[in-house]
Design a protein around this ligand. Structure first.
Ligand code: ATP
Length: 232
């Protein structure tokens, strides 16, 4: 579904991704594990189209999307729940959700109902400013907004960041629930064990390069991964 080849990206003169190769097959949950600053967020932004590439190519569903703008990629089915949530604090919860569907016309009620069924607390607070939500609720809102794009591929950047353990479990359930409903997921997670425990495959990223990849269960068992990312 997604194939990235030789992706290089930079902030000004500072190159932070140095030739990334990565693929995600339809129906998979794939996770990217790596230390702070490895370039995971930059890679997600390159895929959704908000960060330019310096070199390389991105194919999605068989089409070359390397030069397509972010809204076109959303229209093709790439949903992005960015790091730091990036919700609009002054807008109501439901207005934030509606923004996830900005690239298409038509009624939103069924999509909103789907998000509210996943996160009932958002339904209760639908008319309130999003800035008043707790951190966990804002995370749900960011994921809900990505669901509103009706994604085939969902990019989740640090979905469990700052959440209490019980909410981390809830987010993991939501991720596997989305996959069960046919969504393919690429997940960046600081909580490497949690992410690998629900993923099919994983990539380890270090200073802008992929250094290891394979089935998630192999990575969980790998001594280098255990030492560096699983606190073992
Ligand atoms: P984190 O988990 O801390 O977000 P990450 O793996 O997602 O880490 P990135 O945020 O992609 O890493 O950052 C990769 C590198 O790019 C880092 O060295 C970072 O300092 C740098 N960087 C990120 N954003 C910018 C920016 N807007 N301008 C300049 N450098 C940046």
């Amino acid at each position: 579904m997604l194939r990235i080849e030789g992706l290089t990206s930079a902030y000004g003169a500072l190159e932070v991704l140095h030739g990334i190769d990565l693929a995600v097959a339809e129906g998979e949950i794939v996770t990217i594990v790596g230390a702070n600053g490895a370039g995971k967020t930059t890679l997600m932004r390159c895929i959704s189209g908000v960060q330019p590439l310096r070199a390389g190519a991105i194919r999605f569903d068989g089409a070359d999307i390397t030069r397509r703008p972010d809204h076109a990629r959303a229209g093709l089915g790439i949903g992005h729940s960015p790091e730091g949530r990036q919700i609009f604090a002054d807008l109501a919860v439901e207005e934030n959700l509606a923004l996830g569907a900005y690239h298409r016309r038509g009624p939103l009620a069924a999509d909103l109902d789907e998000v509210y069924a996943l996160f009932p607390v958002l339904a209760e607070k639908r008319a309130l400013p999003a800035g008043g939500l707790s951190g966990g609720q804002q995370q749900m809102l960011a994921i809900g907004r990505a669901i509103m794009t009706r994604p085939k591929l969902m990019l989740l950047d640090e979905p469990s960041m700052g959440l209490a353990p019980v909410l981390v479990d809830r987010i993991l359930e939501v991720i596997t629930g989305l996959r069960d409903r046919g969504v393919t997921l690429l997940v960046v997670e600081q909580n490497a064990f949690a992410a690998l425990s629900i993923a099919d495959r994983g990539y380890v990223m270090e200073t802008g390069r992929i250094t290891l990849s394979g089935p998630a269960r192999d990575l969980i068992a790998d001594a280098r991964v255990r030492e560096a990312y699983l606190g073992a």
